[in-house]
Design a binder for this molecule. Structure first.
Ligand SMILES: [Fe+2]
Ligand SMILES: [Fe+2]
Length: 469
């Protein structure tokens, strides 16, 4: 364990909080507001139950994942950053090679605060979206995983609030307060990004959300983990270690649904047998994949260029993947809609970095699809799942306001509206999925619409009492 890890402080941390009294007081003032929010908007109905949870007690490879029974409100939400590197430099852009920023560069203060607030806002939003899911969990194993994701999203909010309080003064504190005031799906004070206002009220949504939307988080955090603003980079690097589990939950969750559906397809009619038909799974993929693509922002973006130039937001694996770190005087070609047709357009690479990051994300999602298709193949079925074209069903960027089919072909609005029910979940689809969602709270038992996991958590078997009810 790090010598400077203060796990038993009121706010566990490895940032020497007790030496910065002003910041400590500010965060201790925010803490009860956070707990009020958690009790009001965190998992409904399970606050007093013992849950077998992983708690971060340190960032070291050994000590950061400590497992024990915890009541969620007693979870040790802490502030953990990867250790500082004394010789850290700006890794890309116009200031490449200069010492990393330990304070916010003045001219980017507002933009950087916006990035942190936008990232921070997604964390409590997802807890709010998922707060009723415990009531319909398919197993205790899944219930634990849901709560693990929830408490860690709460910790990620802490990580962002630490940056706001620690580096942005008064307006940072105001933003930190506002993070507890917005509510997912509330028309008067919605969360900032649309995917985080969409209902996530059944477990198929939850698995698709953690597969596709948490994975957007992985790519945003990865780009920020490259940041020349060191406190942000160190925060994001540690968050990524926790985020990996969220994507595991979604990826394997959907894989288990696919397996069960495949088994039922061989027995007869999936609906009659109480499973989720493959075409509904495909529609959920189409829905969450397209909404998650929007989270990367516009295809052509001067913000992305400015942020890269300033050394604040890099490319995915900037240090590992690239030898040239200025990305200047390079061209990126993308398809845009012009005069009612798709046409190639050349843009400076720096203006295309959102699209570049989105491309990395799509490749990663394709690997998930390959894993699920392997399940279908293992079960002896010839059906396959796929990702829609990234132009399909977009609400942000170059393709918003235009209509595309699943292959990415430009179509009319009328055609889209006619065929929408084939491509995206209908009310009836959603109601059908919801009709299957009955809680299974018995140790070692599982709902009929999903297969059990290949293994339990941290060496425990599937029939371990992951949550004591
Ligand atoms: Fe998160
Ligand atoms: Fe997450």
């Amino acid at each position: 364990m790090n010598t400077d890890t203060n796990y038993y402080d009121r706010i566990p941390n490895n940032v020497n909080l007790s030496e910065d009294k002003k910041l400590q007081r500010a965060l201790e003032k925010w803490l009860p507001n956070y707990l009020d929010w958690w009790r009001e908007m965190g998992p409904d109905g399970f606050q007093e139950k013992d849950v077998w949870l992983r708690t971060a007690v340190d960032v070291g490879s050994e000590g950061w994942a400590h497992f024990d029974y915890v009541k969620m409100p007693d979870y040790r939400w802490g502030i953990f950053l990867e250790p500082a590197k004394p010789d850290a430099v700006v890794g890309f852009g116009d200031n490449y090679g200069r010492p990393a920023y330990q304070e916010v560069p003045g001219e980017f203060r507002n933009a950087l605060r916006r990035i942190i607030v936008t990232q921070g806002d997604t964390e409590p939003a997802s807890v709010e979206q998922q707060r009723q899911l415990g009531k319909t969990c398919p197993s205790l194993y899944d219930l634990r995983n849901l709560f693990q994701v929830n408490v860690e999203e709460g910790r990620h909010l802490w990580a962002m609030v630490y940056l706001l309080h620690g580096y942005f003064g008064r307006d940072g504190r105001d933003e930190a307060d506002a993070l507890l005031e917005r509510r997912s799906g509330n028309p008067d004070k919605p969360r900032i990004l649309e995917a985080f206002n969409q209902p996530c009220d059944d477990w198929l949504n939850f698995f698709a959300f953690t597969m596709f939307t948490d994975r957007d988080g992985k790519y945003q955090l990865s780009a920020l983990a490259e940041s020349g603003f060191e406190p942000l980079a160190r925060t994001c690097r540690f968050m990524l270690t926790e985020e990996a589990h969220h994507m595991f939950v979604g990826d394997t969750g959907l894989g288990r649904v696919v397996r069960r559906t495949a088994q039922l397809m061989k027995e007869g009619d999936v609906r009659e047998l109480g499973g989720i038909p493959l075409d509904i799974i495909q529609k959920y993929i189409n829905f969450w994949f397209s909404y998650s693509l929007d989270l990367f922002g516009g295809e052509i973006s001067s913000n992305s260029a400015d942020f890269f130039a300033a050394g604040l937001k890099g490319r995915y694996k900037e240090q590992e993947q690239f030898t040239e770190h200025t990305a200047a005087n390079q061209i990126f070609t993308m398809q845009v809609v012009e005069d009612g047709q798709l046409k190639p357009r050349e843009v400076p690479l720096r203006n295309a970095l959102n699209e570049l990051l989105r491309g990395e994300y799509v490749k990663d999602c394709e690997k998930g699809l390959a894993r699920w298709n392997k399940v279908l193949a293992e079960e002896g079925l010839s059906e396959r799942l796929y990702l829609p074209n990234p132009r399909f069903h977009r609400h942000v960027g170059e393709y918003a306001g235009h209509y595309f089919d699943l292959e990415g072909k430009l179509i009319s609005r009328e055609e889209f509206e006619q065929r929408q029910a084939e491509w995206l979940p209908t009310m009836e689809d959603r109601e059908y999925v919801r009709s299957l969602m009955h809680p299974v709270y018995e140790v070692g038992k599982i709902a009929n619409w999903i297969a059990p996991p290949a293994a339990g958590i941290k060496g425990k078997p599937f029939d371990f009492e992951y949550v004591r009810l």
